[in-house]
Each structure stands twice: as C-alpha cells, then as structure tokens.
Design a binder for this molecule. Structure first.
Ligand SMILES: Nc1ncnc2c1ncn2[C@@H]1O[C@H](COP(=O)(O)OP(=O)(O)OP(=O)(O)O)[C@@H](O)[C@H]1O
Ligand SMILES: [Mg+2]
Length: 1109
C-alpha cells in the first residue's frame, strides 16, 4: 500500500510560508536561511515556489527525484521545483489548460537554471518514442546554443543571460511534446563593443578562440590569443569553472542536434570572426585642406581579412567607413566621417552584425523545433528574462531590462494579489484588505504613450534639430518632475532638496525593486540604433548568403526612407505582446533569490535576501494567502467532483448546485471555519481540508469502482446466462424442427413406397386385363386375316390362271399373226434390209474407231513410236495411213518451233542420215551426238591464236584428227579445219599449217561401212593439192566431218558435189603409189581400238573390232 506523505513530514522550518508563525520579515528570512542551511533551497508560498540559488550542485535533481515527484500532489512532498513543473504539466495534460511558468529574480538568482530544470523535468515525464525524444532533445539543446551567443559573464553572474527568452513548448492531447517557439527580447548588444570592468563579451568569442580546431582558426583568419582583439576585455578572459573549449564542443554538438547544417555553422563562425576583426579596425585623423577632419584606416590588414571572410568588397566597406550618405526625398548628400564617427560606424556595424546574427539563430532554431502537426496544441510557456539589475553605471539596457521586470512584477501582482482580493470581493467573501504596493504607476511612468519616458525618448529621437542625451534629460525634467518615482537633480532642486548623490546627467527611478540611477549618456543613440545606410548597403553587397539575409534593408531596390522603429518602441511593443500572451495562460511562479553577492555557496546574506524578499513582494504574497483561502472552485464542478461522498447528492442532485455543496459539506462534517460559500464558488481555507476531501473522494471512488465492477460483473453474467438460455432455446427449437422434419420425411417416404406398391399392383392387374383383351383382339384379327388371306389367295390364283390363259391366247395369236405376216412380207424384206443394216453397222464401227483414236493419240514427240493397236482388220490400211499422217503433222509442228541455227543443225543431221544411214555402222552412234563443229574453240583458245590468224574465213569445223602414215599405218595428230573454201591440216602442237586444200580440189571421200573413223580425202588429179597425194585420216567425228564437207559442196555454187564412196575397200593415192585400204572385222584384242597395219606396199589393213559397231 502506498504510504501517504505530506509537505508537513520532516519539515525544516516551514515548507509553506503560509504556515509560518509568527509572520514577520525576520521570521520569513530566518525560515529561508534555516532551510538554505539544510540544503532546502525551495520553499512555497501557496503555489508559488521560492528558489534560492545554492551556487553548487545539489543531489536533488536526479532521475529518482523526477520519479518521486511524478504524478504526485503539489503539497504531498517537500517543496521542489519539480512539484511545480509536475503540477503545471499535469494540469496542461489532464485539464487542457495552457500553462506559463514565470521565473523572476535578479541577475544571478538562478532563473536560467530553474527554466532548464523545468524543461528537463517535463522532458523526463512526458511521452517517449523516437520522434518525441528527438523533439525533446532539440528543445533541450537549443539552450546551449542560445547561451553561447546570448550569455556573458557579468559581475553578478558568470553566465548571465543578456537577452530575454520566452519559450512556448507545444504538446499534443496526450501530453507529448510536438515542438516549440522561442521569442527573444532585446539582446544587450552594446556588450559586443564594450564591456564594463570585470565583465566579458559574449561567451561565443572566447569559446571560438579556445575551442575551435587549428584548422578552423586558420580558416577564420583568427589567432587564439584573446589580447589580440580590441572587443574582448582582457581582465576576465577566463572565468573560474567555465571551460570555454569544452563549451565550444557542446555548442557544436547542440547545433548539430538542433539541425544546423555544416555550412550554416561555418557561416555563423565566420560572422563571429568578422566581428572580432571589425573591432581591430582602427582609424587615424587626416586633415584636409578645407579644414575638415577625415578619418583613415590605420592598418588595412584586418579590414582585408574581414572582407575576405564576409565576401565584401574592401573598397566598398572602406568607403562606408569614410563617408555617410544621407538620402532625403530625391537628394543624396555625402558627408565625410571624422574619426569619432568612423568608430561609431564601426561599433554600430559590429553591434548590428552580432544582434542580427543572434536573432537569425533564434529564427533558425525555431524552424527546427517548429511543431510539425497542425493539430490543436497545448502550450507551456517558460519565461526566463534578464533579472532586475542595478549596476554602478546603469544605461539604456538596464533601463529596458528593469522596465521588463517591472512589467513582470505587475503581472504577478495582477494575477495573484489583486485578482485574489478582487475575487473575494466579487464572491462576497469576508475579507480583510491587505495593503500591497502596485507598481502600475512605475510602468505608467515608463510606458505611457503621452508622457512616458520611452515615449519622450522616441519623441526626442524623431525631433528635428540638435538632439542630445542632455536635451532628453531636460525633457524628462520638465515632464516627469512631479512623478513620485522619478528623481533628477533638477526635479529635486525644484523642490529645494539637494541630493548630491544625483549627478547632473542622470535620473533615478524608484523601481519596485529599488532605486536605480540611470546615466542618460547613450540613451538617444541606443534608442535610435542607427546603422548608416552605406554600411547596410555594403553588407548587402556581400558575397555571403547569411550576411545578405541579415541586412535586407541594404538592398538598393528596397530603399526605405522611413526611419526604422526605435529600440525602445520595439521593446515596449514586444513586452506588451508577451504580457498579453501570459495573461491567457495559467501562471506558475518561481521566484528566484540570490543568497549572496559573491557567487558563493553556503553564504546567506540576510540584508541581500531581505531586500529581494521585499521588492519581490513575497511578504504580501504570504499575507494574502494566509488571509484568504487556499482553494476555490465553482459549485457545479465541486458538486460534480465530491457528490459521491454523500448519499443525498449521489448519484444525482436535483436542486441548485450551491445547495448540493452545502448538503455535502454538512454531511461530511467539515469544520465550518475551513470553508466559505461565495456567490458562485466555494472557498476552502486550508489545503489540508482539500486533501482530506480528495482522500475521501479517492476512497469513495474505489468503493464506487468496486460497486460498478460488481454491477458490471452481475450484468455481464446475467447477460451471458440470458444469451446462453436464448441460445439453448434456439438450438432446441432447431433440433426439434430437424427431428420432426426427419420423421416426417421417413413417414412420407414409407407412404410413398406403400402407395407405389399398391399402385403397381393395381396397374399390373389392369395391364394383365388389357393385355388379355389385346391378345383376344389380336387372335380375332389373325384368324380374320388368315381367313381373308385364304380367300384372297384363292381369288388371286383364280385371277392368275385366268390371266395366264389370256396371255397364252394372245401369244399364240401373235405367233400366228407373225407367221401370217412373215409369210406375206418375206419377199420384200430380203432385198434391202441386209445391206442397210450392214452399212449402218460399218458406219457405226468407223465412227467409234475414229473417236477412240482421237482420245488415244500418242504424244507430240516425233520419236514417240507408239500408236494404238488396230481394232479391225478391215481398217488396217486406214490405220497405217492415219499413223503416217499423224507422224508427218507432228514432225511439221516440231519443226516449226526450230530457230535458224537449230534448223541448220537438224538439216545437217538429216543430211548425215541420208548419207550414212544403213550404209555405215558408225552412223548409229553419231545420231545422239550433237554436231558441235568447233571442238577446239579455235577463236577463243589462245593456243591456236596463230592458226586463227591464218584463217581468213569462218571455221566450220575444227577437230583433232589422226593422219595415217602409209609407211606403218600409225596415226599422227593433226588439227583438221574446214572452212567454206578449204580443208586445212595443221600441226597440233605448233598450229603450223601442214596442208591447205581448196575444196574444189577434193574429188571424193571414201569411208568404210564399219564403225571406224577412217576416211580418205581424195584430190582431183592434176590440181596443185594432188601433188602430195590423198590424205588418209581418222576422226572420232567422222560422220560430222563428211556431212559438213558434203554440205559445203552442196551449197557452194562453183563446186561440184562431193562424192562419197562407202565401201570396205578403196584406193588411196599416196604421192605416186596407190595403196588399197581394206577394212576387216577383227576380234577385239587390243580393247576397242581400231588398228591399221601395213600388209605390203599396196595394202593397208584396217581391223575394226566388231564391238566397236
Ligand atoms: N539550482 C541550482 N543549482 C546549482 N547552481 C545553480 C542553481 N541555480 C543557479 N545556480 C548557479 O548560479 C548561476 C547563475 O544562475 P543563472 O544563470 O540561472 O542566473 P539568472 O537568474 O539566469 O541570471 P541572469 O538574469 O543574469 O541571467 C549559475 O551559473 C549556477 O552556477
Ligand atoms: Mg539567466
């Protein structure tokens, strides 16, 4: 069981100042000190948390502590900032109320640390998940980035926020963080160029120089030595407990987590480096002849390096440091800057560069941490603004910072003290009025639109003519002199009060937190916040995307002659917006107190704490809480919440809510002093009363839960039982139906069977009867049919007999008649009929024969010897004649297709046939050989070129023949050429002409009857050719040679026809001798070759093998 704890357990002093007895400022401070000494740095005033800076790390911010405070009631555990954070977060998550956490206190009181604790607590207790963790991480890591650029060491705080920060953390309906929006307020940019003694410039400068890698330092053209830079103060360059190098690594890591790109980080560092370089630019005076002092840059190296870093043209920037161009309407006036003005311009540029860079960083972080989802957000705002500060020398910045704190105090007063009191009055609750100081009057002194200090400063800045800080102070002296919170030497003097602590150029304001003396020097300039247009234009021209973005007004296309709003105006405006924003949210206060001025732990300076307690109005706060009621709630929700504690109000109260609450309170026997009835709300004096109510409610809720559970379980069981019952009935009904159906089907089918048997039996009986009847009918029919058949056959036989007799009579009659007729006509018939029939038959046979012949005529080939057989002997002659006619006609048809050449070939062939057919055995073998004529291709063959040249006429035949030697009968190869006029014999190898015989000299040719190729060319006696004698030659183409020779003889007109002598014995004239050439048939001894042998002087015997035929 959970052990119930309370704020009151083990209390050191009192945990809630409301319980302090007796209440006085001393006891208040004593209580704080007592607790502080026991490391209890948190104390409540009701729901407000007072936090005292311990200046050391305490073990009270561990994850275990987070778990301890998670989802616990505010007053349940000892005071802690986590309890406040949990209360705010639970209220945001469960009651859908936007929250704001206002952290106030002077510089170094621990506001920034408190804000980080709140954020880390919320991050620890809200939802988890990859996406949510990323959002949380980004939100948390935005702090190191902003601290590096916006925090600096001051005399009061080593990590003093030099800007105001308000961060809205956005949550979804489940309470998971979605993102956030950061607003920043007026960075103390004067720190960039000048720091008070004992203070430093912004952390980033020192972090960069000590933490950046050598490579980065080189790239940024920097040196690590802080003393090299005019803008960095030397006396406190290192701060105890601050590791700049490590912080630089943390910064880079945080920038990466937040989502800065590598090149963005580089650009940012370039700008920081450029500011340092800018501080090193120095000017020297140079007098011109017209007596005007001009400034010149002493050493241009820093300027050059800075220009290189920013991508600015050196000459442009140099000019911007030397001249100032003022544009008024259409005119441009350029004036030279003296050394002081040049320094002013340089510092203004440095301040602007840095402050704009800072604003850009905030915008860039906002881009990263922006909530992605478009759903409705719940918001928790955390305000960590620079604390109230009183320096030795307070300027415009302190004025602005303190004004902001003044506004915050006012909202605190408004929301806690005044609201509280007003509500009591409104609700008609008895109330002893508490006097408290309302600082609205101071706010009015500063921000009043007509005669507020800011309005007058603006008026002075915008006024034509000479405007100085002194004229501004004069104006204040005239307008605010009567104001009770304003003091100046002049206003005092006017009241005849001499105050030597008030210098001439100062004014003093009595803030809620104390009197602050402001030096007016620089007020006008700082409020104007003027950056010469030449400089902004030079920056705009930079070849550096970030710089360009930071100086949009430098764009010549967008020249705006209107003055930009003053710094004071802007600040007033943004503080106004912030206040309105805060008023819409449920406020939670953390009031930070600084225990000592030495930044030391364990030291508690009563006077310092007392001062803070006073100006924070903490005493009034306690008094109000004690006089009033800790808790209030409208009647309806109160009744709704606690109605289960009383039987009369549970579960429904029919009457008005207030009466219900009254009944409830009476029934619960709550001490009547512990509460009061307001008009619309009940006020509970003590938180403990509320706790006890809550406790009882919780118990009651548990009982109710049991009851509900019981009823629900009963209902569930009953429902289940009813369902089961219903199911059982349904199942039974279905089953019965099914069984009945089955039974019915069985009976039905049995009935059908019985029925079918009966019907079958009846049908069969009927069938038998019908069949019997049918058989009887058929029997009768059959008998009748037989009877009728017998009758019919008998009749038919009779009729047939009758018909036969009639036919016999008719035939006999016909024969008789025929005999009669034949006898009568015999003589006429014999004379003509026989011949006619004969002619007819013959005609018919011839017709049939011709038609048959037409359909069976053989092919058109002349060598086709087939012919249909003769059908009748008497047609023999006709048949032969028709065959001959057909053949002739076929040949004629065949011939008509011939070309001229082919005709000549066939004519030759025909002539050969006429000459040799049946006369020489060789002929048969030549028929199939085509007559080529030129076997040697004499015109084409280069071998016979010479011979060809000799030939004047066309060669009709060229062949190789054997010239038979009469001495031994052996043959010598000779070329045989035949032209139209000559026969030429030439040597086969050389082509030399051996003999040329004109054709008219040839008298005859002799050949054998056998199949040899021998032939004798006989020459006419007495001719020139005949001198050498006849030629005995042998050729394979004998038939062709002789035919061609014969043809030439036939066609040539002047020649006699050549005689061809075919016999197996002939004489050949060899020179003087005549030799007989005799052909005999020899056995085929030496193959098939023809052999020629000389038998004697007068006989050459040629043996022709029989097979050669
Ligand atoms: N809860 C704490 N535990 C330990 N040290 C703390 C705590 N709160 C503050 N400090 C110490 O006090 C220093 C100053 O605190 P912090 O910067 O929060 O002051 P601040 O109120 O924000 O001041 P400023 O108005 O100048 O920004 C811190 O640097 C830290 O050393
Ligand atoms: Mg701070």
């Amino acid at each position: 069981m959970e052990v119930k704890t309370s704020l009151l357990d083990n209390m050191i002093g009192v945990g809630d100042m409301v319980l302090l007895e007796p209440l006085s400022e001393d006891s208040f401070i004593d209580n704080l000190r007592k607790r502080f000494d026991h490391n209890e740095i948190y104390t409540y005033i009701g729901s407000v948390v007072i936090s005292i800076n311990p200046y050391r790390s305490l073990p009270i911010f561990t994850p275990d502590k987070v778990e301890e405070y998670r989802n616990r009631n505010f007053y349940e555990l000892s005071p802690h900032i986590y309890a406040l954070a949990d209360e705010a977060y639970s209220s945001l998550r469960d009651q859908d109320k936007d929250q704001c956490i206002l952290i106030t206190g002077e510089s170094g009181a621990g506001k920034t640390e408190a804000s980080k604790l709140v954020m880390s607590y919320v991050a620890a207790v809200c939802g988890k998940g990859q996406e949510v963790n990323k959002v949380k991480e980004q939100l948390l890591q935005s702090n190191p980035v902003l601290e590096a650029f916006g925090n600096a060491k001051t005399v009061r705080n080593d990590n003093s926020s030099r800007f105001g920060k308000y961060m809205d953390i956005e949550f979804d309906f489940k309470g998971d963080p979605l993102g956030g929006v950061i607003s920043n307020y007026l960075l103390e940019k004067s720190r960039v160029v000048k720091q008070p003694r004992g203070e430093r410039n912004f952390h980033i400068f020192y972090q960069l120089l000590s933490g950046a890698s050598d490579d980065t330092i080189k790239k940024l053209k920097l040196e690590r030595d802080v003393s090299k830079y005019n803008y960095l103060s030397l006396d406190s360059a290192t701060v105890n407990g601050l590791d700049d190098a490590a912080n630089f690594r943390t910064l880079r890591n945080a920038m990466q987590i937040v989502g800065f790109m590598e090149d963005e980080m580089q650009s940012v560092l370039e700008l920081v480096a450029a500011v340092l370089k800018l501080g090193n630019i120095e000017f020297k005076p140079e007098s011109r002849c017209n007596g005007i002092d001009e400034s010149r840059i002493k050493d241009k190296n820093d300027l050059k390096e800075m220009c290189e870093l920013l991508g600015v043209e050196q000459s442009v920037l140099e000019r911007a440091f030397s001249f100032r161009t003022v544009e008024a309407k259409m005119e441009k006036v350029s004036t030279t800057l003296n050394v002081a003005q040049a320094y002013y311009a340089r510092d203004a540029l440095a301040k602007n560069l840095y402050s704009r860079l800072f604003s850009w960083l905030v915008t860039r972080i906002n881009e990263s941490i922006k909530a992605q989802a478009k759903t409705r957000h719940k918001v928790m705002g955390v305000l960590d603004i620079y604390g109230f500060e009183i320096f030795e020398d307070n300027s415009f910045e302190q004025f602005i910072i303190n004004y902001c704190n003044e506004k915050l105090q006012q909202i605190f007063i408004e929301l806690t003290l005044r609201e509280e009191q007003e509500e009591y009055v409104r609700e008609g609750i008895e109330w002893t009025n508490i006097e408290y100081f309302n600082n609205a009057i101071i706010c009015d002194l500063i921000e009043n639109n007509q005669n507020g200090i800011l309005a007058m400063l603006d008026e002075e800045c915008l006024r034509p003519g000479t405007v100085t800080d002194e004229t501004f102070l004069d104006k204040l002296n005239t307008i605010c002199a009567e104001h009770q919170h304003f003091e100046s030497r002049l206003s005092k003097n006017s009241k005849f009060l001499t105050d030597h602590s008030l210098p001439h150029n100062c004014f003093r304001i009595q803030h809620y937190a104390g009197k602050v003396l402001y030096r007016v020097e620089g007020f006008v300039d700082k409020n104007n916040d003027l950056l010469y247009r030449d400089l902004s234009q030079a920056m705009y021209k930079a070849n550096h995307s970030l710089i360009k973005q930071l100086f949009p007004e430098g764009n010549p296309a967008k020249v705006n002659l209107k003055r930009p709003p003053t710094a004071g105006f802007q600040f007033k405006h943004s503080v106004g917006t912030l206040m309105r924003n805060l008023q819409t949210k449920n406020p939670n206060y953390i009031r930070c107190i600084k225990p000592n001025d030495k930044k030391a732990s364990h030291i508690f300076t009563d006077s310092l704490v007392g001062h803070q307690v006073r100006y924070l109005g903490l005493m009034e706060n306690v008094r109000v809480r004690r006089a009033g009621y800790a808790f209030r709630q409208p009647y309806e929700p109160c009744l709704e919440r606690y109605k289960m504690l009383c039987k009369r109000t549970w579960p429904h109260w029919r009457g008005p809510a207030r009466e219900g609450v009254e009944v409830l309170m009476t029934d619960l026997q709550v001490n009547p002093e512990e509460f009061s009835y307001g008009r619309s709300k009940i006020f509970i004096r003590n938180p403990r009363t509320l706790f006890s109510l809550e406790e009882r409610r919780k118990q009651c809720l548990e009982d109710l839960a049991t009851l509900i559970q019981k009823i629900y379980r009963g209902w569930k069981c009953r429902t289940r039982f009813l369902l089961l019952k219903q199911s059982q009935i349904t199942v039974a009904a279905w089953y019965r139906r099914y069984a009945q159906q089955k039974k019915y089907k069985r009976i039905k089918s049995a009935t059908t069977v019985v029925q079918s048997y009966t019907r079958g039996w009846q049908a069969r009986k009927l069938l038998r009867e019908l069949k019997h009847q049918k058989r009887c009918k058929e029997a009768a029919t059959t008998i009748a049919a037989y009877w009728h058949g017998t009758q019919a056959r008998r009749e038919l036989r009779r009729l047939k007999e009758e018909a036969r007799r009639r036919h016999a009579v008719a035939v006999i009659w016909a024969y008789w008649q025929g005999l009669q007729v034949r006898r009568e006509y015999r003589k006429f018939f014999r004379a003509n009929a026989g011949k006619k029939i004969y002619d007819f038959i013959i005609q018919r046979i011839i017709q049939k024969y011709l038609l048959g012949l037409r359909s069976s005529t053989p092919s058109m080939s002349p060598i086709d010897g087939s012919w249909p057989s003769r059908p009748h002997l008497f047609l023999d002659q006709t048949h032969t004649e028709l065959r001959r006619i057909f053949h002739l006609w076929r040949c004629k048809k065949y011939r008509s297709q011939f070309t001229e050449e082919r005709r000549a070939v066939y004519e030759e062939k025909l002539e050969a046939s006429e000459l040799f057919k049946d006369k020489k055995s060789l002929y048969a073998s030549s028929v199939s050989q085509p007559f080529k004529g030129d076997y040697l291709e004499i015109t084409k063959n280069p071998k016979y070129q010479k011979l060809n040249n000799v030939m004047e006429e066309k060669v009709l035949l060229a062949d190789v023949v054997s010239k038979i030697n009469r001495a031994n009968g052996k043959g010598t190869a000779r070329i045989f050429l035949l032209t139209k006029k000559n026969v030429v014999l030439a040597d086969q190898k050389t082509g030399q002409v051996k003999a040329s015989v004109p054709l008219p000299d040839v008298s005859s040719v002799s050949v054998s009857t056998q199949s040899d190729g021998f032939f004798a060319l006989k020459l006419k006696e007495g001719t020139a050719s005949a001198v050498k004698g006849d030629f005995l030659l042998s050729s394979e183409h004998l038939i062709e040679i002789i035919t061609k020779l014969h043809r030439v003889g036939t066609t040539a007109a002047e020649m006699e026809r050549l005689n061809i002598d075919i016999s197996d014995e002939f004489l050949v004239q060899f020179k003087q001798d005549k030799v007989c050439v005799k052909f005999i048939q020899g056995a085929p001894k030496n193959g098939n070759s023809v052999s020629c042998k000389r038998k004697n002087n007068r006989l050459l015997e040629v043996s022709v093998p029989t097979t050669a035929a």
